[in-house]
Design a protein around this ligand. Structure first.
Ligand SMILES: C[S@@+](CC[C@H](N)C(=O)[O-])C[C@H]1O[C@@H](n2cnc3c(N)ncnc32)[C@H](O)[C@@H]1O
Length: 264
């Protein structure tokens, strides 16, 4: 873990070293730290700053991108084989971004139809390489991936999503750090996922020391939440029987978790 200060604002202005220190201290997310659970909730205005950064990234800076490491996730999830040999009637991807991971999932199993949720989904349909502009979800990377009929595009954070629908597969990859209330999120997912349904989840796997280090040396406008690994495990153990798990070091100093569980 580097002890150099680093500050990234909502416009992706990146400042390092001594110049960054007063900014890190001024904008720090430390007031939101909840003991050893990490940062599991931030006020909505802090979340809006993060969403400005996200919109700016995809709709201005990264217009040429065709994926968001979706192929890497496919490989790290063992090509989604733990979901194979089954037909899913209605899947949803939460925080789908402009590209989504569901069409990669559809290479391992049958997905009859899907819904896609992202607070920025109405903007993302204007991204030049968005995969869900038409009636079917497509794949920019793997030509032969199946095209999945789209039922609904939901422009909402998970925390505010409708809970009257039921799904048999929920995918949430690389989203938690961007959100504003982890307790609400895991409650929502447990509600919408039918018993026996599958939850496919990937995100950072922070230790208390890493969170403490980040809060001291960094401010990253786009990533307000930092859920400590035991807090994350508590949600997963409460609601799911594990069917696949892998932890790996993806970046210096960080582990990440790949998890597939069956709703209890
Ligand atoms: C790093 S992108 C990942 C996109 C996609 N999951 C992927 O792997 O390609 C994170 C996404 O989470 C979305 N997001 C932020 N806050 C959210 C929330 N509270 N509920 C659902 N999605 C959220 C952002 O708009 C953004 O599109």
């Amino acid at each position: 873990m580097s002890s150099e200060y680093s500050f990234i604002d909502r416009n992706w202005q990146f400042i390092k070293g001594d110049q960054a220190r007063p900014l890190v201290e001024k904008f720090s997310d430390r007031p939101y730290l909840q003991g050893d659970r990490g940062i599991v909730r931030v006020p909505r205005d802090r979340w809006h700053v993060a969403q400005d950064a996200e919109a700016n990234a995809w709709m201005n800076l990264w217009q040429g991108n065709v994926q968001d490491r979706n192929l890497d996730h496919f490989i790290m999830f063992d090509k989604y084989k733990p979901l194979a040999d089954r037909r899913y009637e209605h899947a949803i991807e939460l925080g789908c971004g402009p590209f989504s991971n569901l069409s990669f999932v559809g290479m391992a199993c049958q997905v009859a139809r899907c819904s896609l949720l992202d607070p920025l989904i109405q903007s993302y349909v204007s991204h030049p390489n968005c995969t869900y502009r038409g009636s079917h979800l497509v794949n920019n990377v793997v030509g032969e991936a199946p095209q999945i009929p789209i039922v609904e595009r939901i422009a909402s954070p998970i925390e505010d999503m409708p809970t009257d629908r039921r799904y048999d597969l929920v995918v949430m990859i690389n989203v938690i750090e961007h959100c504003f209330d982890v307790d609400l999120i895991f409650d929502r997912i447990a509600t919408i996922l039918a018993p026996g349904g599958m939850f496919c989840f990937h995100d950072k796997y922070f230790s208390t020391e890493e969170i403490e280090h980040d809060l001291t040396y960094t401010y990253d406008a786009g990533h307000p939440l930092k859920v400590e690994m035991n807090a994350l495990e508590a949600f997963l153990t409460r609601d799911y029987v594990p069917r696949f798990r892998r932890t790996i070091s993806t970046e210096p100093g960080y582990d990440s978790l790949y998890f597939i569980g069956e709703r209890r």
